[in-house]
Design a protein around this ligand. Structure first.
Ligand code: DSN
Length: 422
């Protein structure tokens, strides 16, 4: 049965767009490292009647009546999040990663206070104080960087020096374009030394933490983790804030999310989060996360063998950042366009100490969460990396592009997007 019967009948334009996207996702190869495919169960929750309900407040403490089922949904999402990440408190209401970070800043700081976060060109995120963001007008952001962009090692001496000089209220670990593990203990030690909160923005790797294949910042004493619930978490678009154990911090976070920043929580999406967290608690999710890493390593091997420079020298997680301009003479924008032509979607990306522009940088960023959800393993990951380099080395060869497009399409047909992971 077509699950969009009602849209089809009443709104042909939207129906066509949804069908188009469904076909695009099925026939193309998704390598944007922040994207993934959710289960049909998650989509059912997202599309459920829970979208009708207002439920300002928190379970057991709502402003409106009729909360019998919303309370159950939100409490399940909270309990499952705490179990997944080994923490005591969770706020599952943030609408996405950006509002989660904004609420966290307001919970833990006063306007004018300082955050020490990763330099944006070295892998940090817009919400870590990019000059174009509103939050940059409210708080003061100072930076640390990698010591060596070819090993990815953070300059922890610089981090400590900047922390001692600027006395930040928050030391922020986390990234959206960084492929290595962080030394969480060093972050916590420096945070304790200067009296700052240790906060990790784990939006990219939350699923990998939950699956136990990368380190959990809470194991090193981080106070707070912010995250999205999509990406490697494979849940609905949304955010969450996790608090290791401090009740006072949890209360501040709750107040900062509602009423501080948001109104009524999106209960349908919170139900989707609960369903995804339930999936992530199953042993199959751990296997999935292990395979995400193996596939990234397989791609890393090809890029290094073919002497394409990888920022950080390789990867410890799900993503890779390649300097295609430096290694192949193809700009990030050109690479994105050419790969799109053969059915591979990824994104251009600035590299550390970028010499080009944001709109046409030197790098591309790609990753394995979505392809791994389709069931692809090292053999496919290796071949995909070879295809990428082949086409980038000979980007004007239409015959080659046609052949590789057909190969990518055949691969996608052999590995359809699954409906269920249980
Ligand atoms: N847009 C997300 C990403 O691709 O990393 C983060 O905001």
């Amino acid at each position: 049965m077509n699950e969009y019967n009602y849209i089809k009948k009443q709104d042909a334009e939207i129906y066509e767009a949804i069908m188009g996207e469904e076909a695009r996702e099925a026939s193309g190869l998704e390598l944007i490292p922040s994207e993934n495919y959710v289960s049909r169960a998650v989509r059912e929750a997202n599309g459920s009647v829970l979208t009708n309900k207002y439920s300002e407040g928190y379970p057991g403490r709502r402003y409106y009546g009729g909360q019998d089922y919303t309370d159950a949904v939100e409490q399940l999402a909270i309990d499952r999040a705490c179990e997944l990440f080994g923490c005591t408190y969770a706020n599952v209401q943030p609408l996405s990663g950006a509002p989660a970070n904004v609420a966290m800043y307001f919970a833990l700081m006063e306007p004018g206070d300082t955050v020490l976060g990763m330099d944006l060109s070295h892998g940090g995120h817009l919400t870590h104080g990019h000059p174009t963001t509103s939050i940059n007008k409210v708080f003061n952001f100072v930076r640390y960087k990698m010591k060596d962009v070819d090993t990815g090692e953070i300059d922890y001496d610089e981090l400590r020096e900047v922390a001692l000089e600027h006395k930040p209220k928050i030391i922020l670990a986390g990234f959206s374009a960084y492929s290595r593990e962080l030394d969480y203990q060093k972050f916590v030690d420096i945070a304790r030394e200067v009296g700052a909160y240790a906060v990790a923005d784990m939006a990219h790797i939350a699923g990998l933490i939950a699956g136990g294949v990368v380190q959990n910042p809470f194991d090193y004493g981080f106070d707070v983790i912010t995250s999205t619930t999509h990406k490697t978490m494979r849940g609905p678009r949304g955010g969450m804030i996790l608090i290791r154990e401090d009740k006072e911090i949890a209360q501040k976070i709750n107040k900062a999310v509602f009423p501080g920043l948001q109104g009524g929580p999106h209960m349908n999406l919170i139900a989707g989060k609960a369903v995804a967290f339930g999936e992530a608690l199953r042993p199959e999710f751990k296997e999935y996360c292990q395979q995400v890493l193996k596939n990234a390593k397989a791609m890393e091997k090809v890029f290094l063998e073919k002497e394409v420079r990888l920022l950080g020298g390789g990867t410890d997680n799900h993503l890779l950042l390649a300097d295609v301009y430096g290694s192949l003479g193809v700009t990030g924008q050109e690479a994105e366009t050419v790969l799109d032509e053969i059915g591979i979607t990824l994104n251009k990306n600035m590299i550390a100490d970028e010499s080009r522009t944001a709109m046409d940088p030197s790098g591309i960023r790609f990753g394995t969460p979505a392809m791994t959800t389709r069931g692809m393993k090292e053999t496919e990951a290796t071949r995909l990396a070879e295809i990428m380099i082949e086409v980038l080395k000979d980007k004007d060869n239409q015959q080659l592009k046609d052949a590789l497009k057909a190969e990518v399409e055949a691969l996608c047909t052999s590995f359809p997007v699954p409906e269920s992971f249980v």
